[in-house]
Design a protein around this ligand. Sequence first.
Ligand code: ZN
Length: 304
Amino acid sequence: MQMDQTKCCPVCGTNGIFWRDTKDWEYKTSDDSYTYLQCPSCLTIYINEIPKDLSLIYPSNYYSFTKKSNSLLFRLKNWLDFQFYKPILKSLDAQTLSVLDVGGGTGEVADMLKKYDKRIAYSEIVDIDQEAQKIALDKGHVYNISTIEEFSTEKKFNLILLLNIIEHVADPEKLITKVGQMLSPDGFIIIKTPNADSLDARLFRNHYWGGLHCPRHWVIFSNTSFKKMMSRTNLVIKRIAFTQGAPFWTFSLIQFFGKKKIDPKSKSMVEQPLFTLIAIPFAIFDLIRSFFFKTSQMFIVISK
Ligand SMILES: [Zn+2]
Protein backbone atom coordinates (compact mmCIF):
# COMPACT_ATOMS: atom_id res chain seq x y z
CA MET A 1 0.00 0.00 0.00
CA GLN A 2 1.63 3.20 -1.18
CA MET A 3 -0.01 6.24 0.30
CA ASP A 4 2.72 8.87 0.03
CA GLN A 5 0.35 11.31 -1.61
CA THR A 6 -3.36 10.88 -1.39
CA LYS A 7 -5.92 12.70 -3.41
CA CYS A 8 -8.98 14.36 -1.85
CA CYS A 9 -12.50 13.24 -2.83
CA PRO A 10 -13.16 14.56 -6.36
CA VAL A 11 -16.79 15.26 -5.39
CA CYS A 12 -16.64 16.95 -1.99
CA GLY A 13 -12.95 17.49 -1.22
CA THR A 14 -12.85 15.41 2.00
CA ASN A 15 -9.65 13.43 2.65
CA GLY A 16 -10.15 9.90 1.34
CA ILE A 17 -9.34 6.76 3.28
CA PHE A 18 -7.62 3.67 1.86
CA TRP A 19 -10.13 1.30 0.22
CA ARG A 20 -8.17 -1.25 -1.80
CA ASP A 21 -4.98 -1.86 -3.76
CA THR A 22 -5.66 -3.88 -6.88
CA LYS A 23 -4.68 -4.66 -10.48
CA ASP A 24 -6.23 -4.96 -13.92
CA TRP A 25 -7.67 -8.48 -13.50
CA GLU A 26 -10.13 -8.16 -16.35
CA TYR A 27 -7.77 -7.41 -19.24
CA LYS A 28 -4.34 -7.78 -17.61
CA THR A 29 -3.03 -4.77 -19.53
CA SER A 30 -0.19 -4.42 -17.01
CA ASP A 31 1.01 -5.78 -13.70
CA ASP A 32 0.81 -2.35 -12.05
CA SER A 33 -0.97 -1.94 -8.74
CA TYR A 34 -3.50 0.87 -8.25
CA THR A 35 -4.79 2.34 -5.01
CA TYR A 36 -8.47 3.16 -4.58
CA LEU A 37 -9.65 5.51 -1.82
CA GLN A 38 -13.10 6.11 -0.41
CA CYS A 39 -14.51 9.40 0.79
CA PRO A 40 -15.81 8.92 4.37
CA SER A 41 -18.30 11.73 3.85
CA CYS A 42 -20.02 11.05 0.50
CA LEU A 43 -18.82 7.42 -0.07
CA THR A 44 -17.31 8.08 -3.51
CA ILE A 45 -14.64 5.50 -4.34
CA TYR A 46 -11.86 6.90 -6.52
CA ILE A 47 -8.47 6.00 -7.93
CA ASN A 48 -5.57 7.74 -6.23
CA GLU A 49 -3.39 8.08 -9.29
CA ILE A 50 -4.98 8.41 -12.71
CA PRO A 51 -3.25 6.40 -15.47
CA LYS A 52 -1.70 8.74 -18.03
CA ASP A 53 -1.91 6.75 -21.25
CA LEU A 54 -5.39 5.63 -22.29
CA SER A 55 -4.08 3.46 -25.12
CA LEU A 56 -2.37 1.22 -22.54
CA ILE A 57 -5.47 0.59 -20.45
CA TYR A 58 -8.04 0.12 -23.27
CA PRO A 59 -6.89 -2.92 -25.28
CA SER A 60 -8.28 -3.64 -28.75
CA ASN A 61 -10.47 -6.43 -27.36
CA TYR A 62 -12.10 -3.99 -24.91
CA TYR A 63 -15.76 -4.99 -24.71
CA SER A 64 -17.33 -1.83 -26.12
CA PHE A 65 -14.98 -1.86 -29.15
CA THR A 66 -15.97 -5.31 -30.38
CA LYS A 67 -18.98 -6.47 -32.35
CA LYS A 68 -21.57 -8.06 -30.06
CA SER A 69 -22.99 -11.50 -30.56
CA ASN A 70 -26.75 -11.77 -30.64
CA SER A 71 -26.71 -13.97 -27.53
CA LEU A 72 -29.71 -14.44 -25.26
CA LEU A 73 -27.93 -12.50 -22.51
CA PHE A 74 -27.26 -9.60 -24.84
CA ARG A 75 -30.86 -9.47 -26.07
CA LEU A 76 -32.17 -9.75 -22.52
CA LYS A 77 -29.94 -6.89 -21.40
CA ASN A 78 -31.11 -4.74 -24.30
CA TRP A 79 -34.76 -5.46 -23.57
CA LEU A 80 -34.32 -4.67 -19.87
CA ASP A 81 -32.45 -1.47 -20.62
CA PHE A 82 -35.09 -0.43 -23.11
CA GLN A 83 -37.79 -0.60 -20.42
CA PHE A 84 -35.89 2.26 -18.80
CA TYR A 85 -35.51 4.31 -22.02
CA LYS A 86 -39.12 3.81 -23.18
CA PRO A 87 -40.88 6.42 -20.97
CA ILE A 88 -38.05 8.90 -21.62
CA LEU A 89 -38.43 8.59 -25.40
CA LYS A 90 -42.20 8.80 -25.03
CA SER A 91 -41.94 12.10 -23.18
CA LEU A 92 -40.02 13.65 -26.10
CA ASP A 93 -42.69 14.89 -28.48
CA ALA A 94 -40.52 16.03 -31.41
CA GLN A 95 -41.13 14.58 -34.90
CA THR A 96 -37.48 13.62 -35.34
CA LEU A 97 -34.91 12.94 -32.65
CA SER A 98 -31.13 13.07 -32.45
CA VAL A 99 -28.96 11.01 -30.11
CA LEU A 100 -25.38 11.52 -28.95
CA ASP A 101 -23.72 8.50 -27.35
CA VAL A 102 -20.55 9.41 -25.50
CA GLY A 103 -18.31 6.35 -25.25
CA GLY A 104 -20.81 4.55 -27.49
CA GLY A 105 -18.26 2.12 -28.99
CA THR A 106 -19.73 0.29 -31.96
CA GLY A 107 -23.11 1.98 -31.51
CA GLU A 108 -25.04 -0.93 -30.04
CA VAL A 109 -27.23 1.21 -27.78
CA ALA A 110 -27.94 3.71 -30.55
CA ASP A 111 -28.93 0.72 -32.75
CA MET A 112 -31.32 -0.51 -30.12
CA LEU A 113 -32.93 2.91 -29.63
CA LYS A 114 -33.31 3.36 -33.39
CA LYS A 115 -34.92 -0.05 -33.67
CA TYR A 116 -37.55 0.84 -31.07
CA ASP A 117 -38.09 4.50 -31.96
CA LYS A 118 -38.16 5.28 -35.67
CA ARG A 119 -38.13 9.04 -34.98
CA ILE A 120 -34.38 8.83 -34.27
CA ALA A 121 -33.03 10.21 -37.53
CA TYR A 122 -29.54 11.14 -36.39
CA SER A 123 -27.09 9.30 -34.13
CA GLU A 124 -23.57 10.38 -33.29
CA ILE A 125 -20.90 8.56 -31.31
CA VAL A 126 -17.81 9.88 -29.57
CA ASP A 127 -15.25 7.20 -28.76
CA ILE A 128 -11.57 6.44 -29.11
CA ASP A 129 -11.32 3.19 -31.08
CA GLN A 130 -10.78 2.90 -34.84
CA GLU A 131 -12.15 -0.64 -35.19
CA ALA A 132 -15.33 0.42 -33.40
CA GLN A 133 -15.51 3.38 -35.78
CA LYS A 134 -15.63 1.08 -38.81
CA ILE A 135 -18.49 -0.95 -37.34
CA ALA A 136 -20.41 2.16 -36.25
CA LEU A 137 -20.03 3.89 -39.64
CA ASP A 138 -21.29 0.75 -41.41
CA LYS A 139 -24.45 0.98 -39.36
CA GLY A 140 -25.02 4.62 -40.27
CA HIS A 141 -23.86 6.42 -37.16
CA VAL A 142 -21.73 9.56 -37.30
CA TYR A 143 -18.52 8.75 -35.45
CA ASN A 144 -15.87 10.99 -33.87
CA ILE A 145 -12.57 9.51 -32.78
CA SER A 146 -12.06 11.64 -29.74
CA THR A 147 -12.26 11.75 -25.99
CA ILE A 148 -15.26 13.72 -24.77
CA GLU A 149 -12.87 16.24 -23.27
CA GLU A 150 -11.59 17.09 -26.77
CA PHE A 151 -14.93 16.77 -28.57
CA SER A 152 -16.88 19.85 -29.61
CA THR A 153 -20.05 20.41 -31.63
CA GLU A 154 -22.57 23.15 -32.36
CA LYS A 155 -25.36 20.59 -32.59
CA LYS A 156 -28.06 20.14 -29.91
CA PHE A 157 -29.31 16.65 -29.10
CA ASN A 158 -32.64 15.40 -27.75
CA LEU A 159 -30.96 12.53 -25.98
CA ILE A 160 -27.38 12.31 -24.73
CA LEU A 161 -26.18 8.97 -23.42
CA LEU A 162 -23.40 8.78 -20.87
CA LEU A 163 -23.59 5.04 -20.27
CA ASN A 164 -20.81 3.80 -18.04
CA ILE A 165 -18.64 6.73 -19.02
CA ILE A 166 -18.56 9.32 -16.23
CA GLU A 167 -16.70 6.89 -13.97
CA HIS A 168 -13.97 6.75 -16.66
CA VAL A 169 -13.14 10.47 -16.67
CA ALA A 170 -10.99 12.57 -14.35
CA ASP A 171 -13.53 15.37 -13.97
CA PRO A 172 -17.13 14.07 -14.21
CA GLU A 173 -18.65 17.43 -13.23
CA LYS A 174 -16.89 19.18 -16.09
CA LEU A 175 -18.08 16.44 -18.46
CA ILE A 176 -21.72 16.75 -17.40
CA THR A 177 -21.61 20.54 -17.62
CA LYS A 178 -20.09 20.25 -21.09
CA VAL A 179 -22.65 17.81 -22.46
CA GLY A 180 -25.40 19.89 -20.82
CA GLN A 181 -24.52 22.60 -23.33
CA MET A 182 -25.11 20.11 -26.17
CA LEU A 183 -28.60 19.24 -24.90
CA SER A 184 -31.73 20.63 -26.56
CA PRO A 185 -34.00 22.60 -24.16
CA ASP A 186 -36.47 19.72 -23.74
CA GLY A 187 -33.87 16.93 -24.00
CA PHE A 188 -32.53 14.41 -21.51
CA ILE A 189 -29.12 13.15 -20.49
CA ILE A 190 -29.16 9.51 -19.46
CA ILE A 191 -26.38 8.35 -17.22
CA LYS A 192 -25.55 4.83 -16.19
CA THR A 193 -22.82 4.52 -13.60
CA PRO A 194 -21.77 2.16 -10.81
CA ASN A 195 -22.94 2.66 -7.25
CA ALA A 196 -20.10 2.65 -4.71
CA ASP A 197 -22.58 2.09 -1.91
CA SER A 198 -23.74 -1.40 -2.91
CA LEU A 199 -23.78 -4.88 -1.40
CA ASP A 200 -21.30 -6.36 -3.90
CA ALA A 201 -18.86 -3.47 -3.35
CA ARG A 202 -18.87 -4.21 0.37
CA LEU A 203 -18.71 -8.01 -0.03
CA PHE A 204 -15.77 -8.00 -2.44
CA ARG A 205 -13.83 -5.04 -1.05
CA ASN A 206 -11.06 -7.30 0.31
CA HIS A 207 -10.68 -9.24 -2.95
CA TYR A 208 -11.67 -7.50 -6.17
CA TRP A 209 -14.94 -5.70 -6.75
CA GLY A 210 -15.86 -5.80 -10.45
CA GLY A 211 -17.21 -2.23 -10.20
CA LEU A 212 -13.63 -0.94 -9.96
CA HIS A 213 -12.94 -2.11 -13.52
CA CYS A 214 -9.37 -1.29 -12.49
CA PRO A 215 -7.66 0.89 -13.70
CA ARG A 216 -10.40 2.25 -16.01
CA HIS A 217 -12.90 3.44 -13.38
CA TRP A 218 -11.60 6.59 -11.73
CA VAL A 219 -14.60 8.05 -9.88
CA ILE A 220 -17.34 5.76 -8.59
CA PHE A 221 -20.27 7.69 -7.15
CA SER A 222 -22.76 6.84 -4.47
CA ASN A 223 -26.34 8.02 -4.73
CA THR A 224 -25.45 10.81 -2.26
CA SER A 225 -22.28 11.94 -3.99
CA PHE A 226 -23.92 12.03 -7.40
CA LYS A 227 -26.65 14.36 -6.08
CA LYS A 228 -24.00 16.48 -4.38
CA MET A 229 -22.09 16.93 -7.62
CA MET A 230 -25.24 17.71 -9.62
CA SER A 231 -26.31 20.40 -7.15
CA ARG A 232 -23.35 22.45 -8.37
CA THR A 233 -24.44 22.32 -12.01
CA ASN A 234 -27.40 24.07 -13.65
CA LEU A 235 -28.94 20.73 -14.61
CA VAL A 236 -31.69 18.87 -12.76
CA ILE A 237 -31.94 15.20 -11.74
CA LYS A 238 -35.35 13.92 -12.86
CA ARG A 239 -34.94 10.37 -11.68
CA ILE A 240 -32.42 7.97 -10.14
CA ALA A 241 -33.22 4.28 -10.55
CA PHE A 242 -31.16 1.24 -9.69
CA THR A 243 -30.58 -1.62 -12.08
CA GLN A 244 -28.81 -4.94 -12.14
CA GLY A 245 -25.04 -5.04 -11.75
CA ALA A 246 -24.57 -8.62 -12.94
CA PRO A 247 -21.22 -7.89 -14.66
CA PHE A 248 -19.79 -6.64 -11.35
CA TRP A 249 -20.89 -9.77 -9.48
CA THR A 250 -19.49 -11.88 -12.31
CA PHE A 251 -16.09 -10.15 -12.51
CA SER A 252 -15.85 -10.24 -8.71
CA LEU A 253 -16.58 -13.99 -8.57
CA ILE A 254 -14.35 -14.89 -11.52
CA GLN A 255 -11.48 -13.00 -9.94
CA PHE A 256 -12.22 -14.64 -6.57
CA PHE A 257 -12.36 -18.22 -7.84
CA GLY A 258 -10.72 -18.46 -11.21
CA LYS A 259 -8.25 -15.71 -11.89
CA LYS A 260 -5.44 -18.06 -12.89
CA LYS A 261 -7.49 -20.17 -15.30
CA ILE A 262 -8.85 -17.39 -17.49
CA ASP A 263 -6.86 -15.67 -20.18
CA PRO A 264 -8.49 -12.29 -20.89
CA LYS A 265 -5.99 -11.42 -23.61
CA SER A 266 -7.42 -13.75 -26.23
CA LYS A 267 -11.07 -13.11 -25.41
CA SER A 268 -12.38 -10.40 -23.11
CA MET A 269 -14.10 -11.67 -19.96
CA VAL A 270 -17.58 -10.78 -21.22
CA GLU A 271 -17.08 -13.13 -24.17
CA GLN A 272 -16.07 -16.10 -22.02
CA PRO A 273 -18.89 -18.72 -21.62
CA LEU A 274 -18.33 -18.70 -17.85
CA PHE A 275 -19.31 -15.03 -17.81
CA THR A 276 -22.84 -15.67 -19.16
CA LEU A 277 -23.28 -18.64 -16.85
CA ILE A 278 -22.61 -16.52 -13.77
CA ALA A 279 -24.18 -13.29 -15.04
CA ILE A 280 -27.71 -14.58 -15.74
CA PRO A 281 -28.62 -15.68 -12.18
CA PHE A 282 -27.06 -12.50 -10.75
CA ALA A 283 -28.98 -10.32 -13.21
CA ILE A 284 -32.21 -11.92 -11.92
CA PHE A 285 -31.04 -11.64 -8.30
CA ASP A 286 -30.24 -7.93 -8.71
CA LEU A 287 -33.40 -7.13 -10.66
CA ILE A 288 -35.51 -8.45 -7.81
CA ARG A 289 -33.33 -6.66 -5.26
CA SER A 290 -33.46 -3.40 -7.22
CA PHE A 291 -37.10 -2.87 -6.14
CA PHE A 292 -36.02 -2.74 -2.49
CA PHE A 293 -32.28 -1.97 -2.39
CA LYS A 294 -29.73 0.25 -4.04
CA THR A 295 -28.00 -2.19 -6.40
CA SER A 296 -24.64 -1.59 -8.02
CA GLN A 297 -25.67 0.27 -11.20
CA MET A 298 -27.51 3.58 -11.19
CA PHE A 299 -29.63 4.83 -14.09
CA ILE A 300 -30.04 8.61 -13.88
CA VAL A 301 -32.15 10.97 -15.97
CA ILE A 302 -31.11 14.61 -16.17
CA SER A 303 -32.70 17.62 -17.82
CA LYS A 304 -32.16 21.36 -18.08
ZN1 ZN B 1 -16.70 13.02 -0.92
